[in-house]
Structure formats: C-alpha cells, structure tokens
Design a protein around this ligand. Structure first.
Ligand code: DCP
Length: 712
C-alpha cells in the first residue's frame, strides 16, 4: 500500500498509456492477414483449446472473453483465429511481447518522465512539456486541431444528442475561461494524441490513454474508452467519477481491503468513503491506509511517476495444475533448470544491453501437502545472493527449493523414499532476480579486459559472472570505493539457529535426498534475513553499514554465523576498505570459487573465516568494497503497519511463510508470474486488516458505528 502523500498542487499532467489487446496486436503484426479479424492469443497448454490471455476487440464483439478457453471461444465465435503464445523452455516465451513493449516505451519516453508499469503500460509525467506548450502555443490560440485530439473524451463534458462530440471537445479546448489546470490538461491531450499517433506510425500498435492530474486518475481513465482512444479527467469531474466508481474497480481495492470497505463500512463506491473522517478511517485501517483512503475518496494521489524504463526485476514461472503437479525432486529440478535457463538468458541480455546486474535470486512456489488444506501453510519463498551463470543459478534455485520444501513440510513428515513421493506436490514454480543495479563505472573496462565478453554461462564458465556479485572494484587502481553495489555484509547473527537446523534435520530420514541437500542450503546466505522478523522494529538505516536482527530468527532454516564471527567479519571488512584493486578482484573471485568448492585457496585467512560461518567467501570480498548501504527496504512490517492494529489471525503465519520484499517486484514481472503467485503478491500488496472496532464481525452492520462525519 503506497504511503499517501497530500498533494500540494494539482497542476501536474500525468498520462497512463495502455496498449490495446497487446499480445494480439503483437501477433497481428507478425501475421498482418489477421488484422481486423476476431483473434485471440492462447496459452501453450492445449487443454480445451488453451486458455485465452488476450482477445482482439473484434472477437470481444462476438462475446469472446479472456476467461474462456479456446473451445468455448470457438463456440461463440466460430471464425475466431487462435494464435498460440510462443514457447521456449517448455513454457510461454514472452520475449516478443517484452520487446514490443520496449519499442513503445522508447517512443513515449521522449516527452517526459516515463515509468514502465507493466509489460504493456506506462505512466508519463508530461507537466514540463504541457507547461512549455501552454506558453508557446496555448490551446485557445489553436486553429487547426488534429482529429486525434478532437476524438478525446473529456469527463464531465456533456454531449447532447445530435451534437457533434468533436465540436464540443474543440470548444472545451479553446474556451477562454478555462482554469490554468484545465489548460494544462488540454495541452496534455495534444501531447498524448501525438505520442499515440507516433506509436501507431512506428510500431503499428494502437494504445489508449488517460490524462489527469495524478497517476491514480490517469490509470482509471485510460481504460474507460478503448481501443485507440484517450480520456481527459478535468479536476471538476473527479467528484462525479469517484461517486459512481465501484470500490472494487479502484486499484488496490480489488482485494480484502475493498471487501472490508464494502462489508464493514457499507461503501459501494469510492465516493461513499467521503462520509468518513480521516481519523475514523485511520482508526479502522491504520494511519497510512486510513490517510490513503481519505485521499483517494477525494481523488488525491501524490505518487510520483518514477523515471524507470527498465524492469526492477526479472521472473520466470510456470504452473502445474491438477494432475500435472510435480511430485518428484527430479521433476522439480528439471523445471527449475528450464526456468533458470530462461532467467539467466534474460539477465545476460540485461547485462549486455543495459549494463545492469541483479543481486538477489528468489524462489517462489505453490505446493500442497497430502491431507492438509493448501491454505493452512503457504510454501515459503526463499532468497539468496544471485550468482551469474546458468548452472549456478540452477544450483542455487534447487537449494532454495530444498530449504523451502523442508520448511513447508515441517518437522514431522514421514519419510520420503528416494524420489518417490506421496506427500506433496508442487503446482507452480517461479524464480526471480531482483535488486538490479547498473554496473559501477569502471567495471566495463574489466569486461573489455576479457576481450569484450560479459559474463556468460556458456562462454565464460562462471568466474567473471560470479565475480559480478562479488567485490567489483570501480577502478583498477583500487583507489575508489565500489559504490553502487549492494552490500551482502548483511548476513545476520541468528543465535539459536543451529539448534533449529539440528532439529529440523533430525526429523528427516538420513537417506532422504532433502536431508542431504538441505545441508547445502545452509551454505547459501539468506537474502530473506535482511528483513526484520514479525513484531520487531525495523532497524534498517541507510547510513548504517550493518544491520542486525533481533536474536530470535523465526525461520527454521538459515546459516547461523555466531556473533563473534560476524564481528570478525566486520573487522575484516573495515580493514580492507579502500583496497579494492583489480588484483583483489581476481583474488576474491578465485577465493570464492575455491571456498565454495572446498578446494585450495590463495587467501586462506579470508576463506577459512568465511567457511567457518557457513558463508561463501564472496561475503567477505563484498564487505571489503561496499560502503553504500542499500535503501531502507519497505518490509512486511511496514506493510502491516499501514493497517494499524487491525490484524488478521493468520498474519504471523503468512509472514513466516512469505519472506519477500514486495517492493522489489516489478509489476511487469507479477504479470508474468503464474496466476496463483500473482494472487499471493496481490494479497501482500493489499492490507488484510479489518476495522479495529470492538465487537466487529465480518459482514455485520457496523456501519452505524461510523456515523457520517459532519466535520469534514
Ligand atoms: N496477459 C496475460 N495473462 C493475463 C492477463 C494479461 O498473459 N491473465 C497478457 C496478455 C495481454 C497483456 O498481458 O495482452 C496486457 O494485459 P491487459 O490486461 O492490458 O489486456 P490487453 O492489453 O490484452 O487488453 P486491453 O485492451 O483490455 O488492455
């Protein structure tokens, strides 16, 4: 839930641009004979003709919907053309869609700050461009107005029957008594119409857009008139828009918070929230969420358009519904290998094209346990520092899976014999890479040193790739700090963790492959350890080089360096500050390779120390260089705090199971993740709290408790 900020002015011009039936358009560009015909893109799974994931507007006119399967679509529209999504690694290959989205972004980003919000939508901050246009060519002075601008829909502009809508829009644009804000929006309409025409010309894709004073309103408006149209939201129309907008249609109110507003506060529309004071909303849903709700009821949203053209993370996932559920480690490993290969290719491409490296690998899955409801225990997500190279990513992902499975199964599982398993099944798997940052300046020269090659799983056999997530010096001289890299000197002290590991291992059969592999996971530093456990204070501080967690680790599995060892490690890091040289770089990577494989090492002291912690020496080499702390993470505790004291009963359970920082997941990646995982994320993104009202019962008529506030 975003922290609500009160807008000081509504003079911004924000556009939300959303591609029309995007995947269909991409496929129609590949096969122009499909243009104008009822067409849908289906998933690779051919069950009942495959699931529809994108439907052309021509097909929609026949009643074809995205929720249908191919066979059903053919029933309602026999002439429909079904195009299968490309397949690679045994799963949907979205690269052509991603690339097509990038083409569009490169055009849209020319006029202002641009934020790529998902695979097919962007936000633009056009304030500067609109202000400039207002000075140079004010709307009222325009004689010739392009057709595309006149086709705009202006919310609140009444178009009487028989009246030419375009003429009314022309009058609205040129009227002399328009407010400054409306004039800016009119300029926005010109700019967006031109951008959309440019997109069509250059890419052959149509898109729709919303133009408003903030992101929330722009997003709401972009979907109102599709395809290939744009909608303007003057400030004077906001009240009317929200008054009739069903609660669930508002971004972030589609889930439990929206349900609570409906059932507990009796709100049917966003406008209904106006009857509650900010104080009362805060009392019910916590300070931030209450504040946010109060603001959205008034159309206020101070969220900035982030200047971000590239994704914040990469993900690759696949679902295994029903009988396809994976029931052997071998099958899990097979699919993890496929997913990791795809992820690795995308990381490689990001590195080549954008000179960016990812730092965190996370594994998500959904699984069931025999005889137990799936909802009782979520499959935990696990993270670790990302090592470049397909094989390493595959190994680490498998190890993370092992750890998560052990945690999921608990300590009282019956023996699993070999690969045979009757106790569990995996219904979805995904891997993601996050914390993506540009390679610090100076690193490029290292790449050049290797003949221009960037780390590649096949051609470079890991070492350099591995080195990228270690200490990469910013200058060969070693005189500069390795700014920009994220410190992994954040591996924390977990007193008591050893015992927990012993306990968990003791419950598993010695021959259990899980048991053997679980030992391996202990050597992986846990990313999730960056988060504070439930109920603890978030000690994250930007300026602090180290963060420590409270003594109690809620997780049953983790590497467990002693306090003393951590201190020693810190000292080593401090001693070595400023010594990053290209030689250190090579020493470090050799050391880390050797350390991980328990072979001879060149820097015995460093590596031994690291090994004794159960940490790869990469951690040590990292600590020598990284002086810059990553930004404070908005962890779950903060998300929870948004909803005050109204807690749901299973929150602690969820918290334990779902060790993941939502902020690091880009929306475009959520789109690409399996639907179940999308739901997981959505559930986390939305508060789950119920009103903090004495004796409140779900569905009970507590509305009377919150009498309309007369003071607002
Ligand atoms: N997509 C998907 N699976 C889903 C939803 C969407 O794979 N469950 C893909 C296909 C869509 C693309 O994401 O083309 C963008 O999704 P949108 O929700 O923006 O829908 P469309 O662009 O297809 O149609 P619209 O014109 O309604 O926006």
């Amino acid at each position: 839930m975003p922290v609500a900020k009160r807008e000081t002015s509504d003079g911004r011009v924000i556009a939300h641009v959303d591609m029309d039936c995007f995947y269909v358009q991409v496929e129609q560009r590949k096969q122009p004979n499909l243009r104008g015909l009822p067409t849908a893109v289906i998933q690779y799974n051919s069950f009942k003709g495959g699931a529809l994931i994108a439907v052309s507007y021509e097909a929609r006119n026949f009643g074809v919907k995205r929720s249908m399967r191919g066979d059903e679509a053919k029933d309602v529209c026999p002439q429909i053309h079904l195009v299968q999504v490309p397949v690679a690694h045994g799963k949907a290959d979205l690269n052509s869609y991603r690339n097509a989205g990038s083409e569009v972004v490169s055009i849209l980003s020319k006029k202002g700050r641009c934020e790529r919000a998902s695979i097919d939508e962007v936000y633009l901050d056009l304030t500067d461009a609109a202000e400039t246009m207002l000075l140079e060519m004010p709307p009222e002075a325009r004689e010739d107005i392009e057709e595309e601008v006149l086709k705009s829909h202006v919310l609140g502009l009444e178009i009487k029957e028989g009246i030419d809508a375009k003429e009314e829009v022309r009058k609205w644009i040129r009227r002399g008594d328009a407010t400054y804000q409306d004039k800016l929006l009119a300029c926005g309409a010109f700019i967006v119409a031109n951008l959309r025409m440019q997109v069509l010309k250059d890419t052959e894709f149509t898109c729709s857009a919303g133009i408003a004073h903030n992101k929330m309103l722009a997003k709401l408006a972009s979907g109102m008139n599709k395809p290939a149209q744009q909608t303007v939201v003057p400030q004077s129309s906001v009240g009317g828009l929200l008054e009739s907008l069903p609660i669930k249609k508002m971004k972030q109110l589609g889930g439990k918070l929206g349900s609570s507003l409906q059932s507990d506060l009796g709100c049917k529309t966003v406008g209904d929230l106006l009857q509650f004071s900010e104080e009362k909303l805060q009392q019910c849903y916590g300070i931030n969420t209450g504040n946010w709700l109060w603001n959205i009821a008034r159309g206020i949203n101070g969220e900035e358009v982030e200047g971000r053209l590239l994704p914040k993370s990469h993900g690759s996932g696949k679902t295994f519904p029903g009988p396809q559920a994976l029931k052997t480690l071998a099958s899990v490993q097979h699919w993890l290998n496929e997913l990791c290969e795809e992820l690795s290719e995308r990381l490689q491409s990001d590195l080549n094209l954008n000179k960016r490296i990812a730092h965190t690998l996370t594994l998500h899955a959904r699984a069931y346990k025999k005889g137990e409801s799936d909802s009782l225990r979520k499959f935990p997500s696990e993270s670790c520092p990302l090592r470049y190279g397909t094989t390493k990513i595959q190994e680490d992902a498998l190890t993370l899976f092992q750890a998560a499975l052990r945690e999921f199964l608990g300590f009282c599982i019956s023996k699993t014999h070999g690969n045979e398993n009757n106790n569990w099944g995996v219904t979805s798997l995904s891997v993601s890479a996050s914390k993506i940052v540009p390679i610090p300046s100076g690193t490029h020269s290292i790449v050049k040193y290797f003949g221009g090659q960037v780390p590649s799983s096949s051609s470079f056999n890991q070492p350099l790739g591995n080195a990228f997530d270690e200490a990469v010096p910013s200058s060969p001289s070693g005189s500069e700090n390795c700014s920009g890299l994220i410190s992994y000197e954040l591996q924390q002290n977990y007193p008591g963790g050893d015992t927990e590991i012993k306990n968990s291992e003791a419950c598993l059969h010695e021959q259990d492959p899980l048991c053997n592999l679980s030992r391996k996971v202990d050597s992986l530093p846990k990313e999730s350890s960056l988060e504070s456990p439930a109920g603890s204070e978030d000690r994250t501080t930007k300026s602090e080089p180290y963060r420590e967690l409270p003594a109690k680790d809620p997780r049953p599995l983790s590497s467990t360096p002693s306090l003393k060892a951590v201190e020693k490690k810190k000292t080593m890091g401090n001693n070595l500050k400023g010594n990053c040289s290209i030689m250190d770089f090579f020493n470090n990577y050799q050391n880390s390779q050797s350390s991980l494989e328990h072979k001879n090492v060149t820097n015995a002291h460093d590596v031994k120390t690291a090994s004794s912690f159960g940490l790869p020496s990469t951690m040590d080499s990292y600590s020598t260089c990284n002086q810059i702390e990553q930004p404070a993470e908005r962890c779950r505790e903060e998300i929870d705090s948004n909803v005050g004291e109204c807690s749901v009963p299973n929150m602690s359970q969820r918290r334990q199971a779902w060790d993941y920082n939502i902020d690091e997941i880009d929306h475009s990646v959520i789109e690409e993740l399996p639907p179940e995982i999308q739901q997981e994320f959505q559930a986390w993104l939305r508060p789950h709290k119920r009103p903090n009202v004495p004796n409140s019962k779900r569905g009970s008529s507590i509305t009377h408790y919150f009498l309309p506030d007369k003071s607002r």
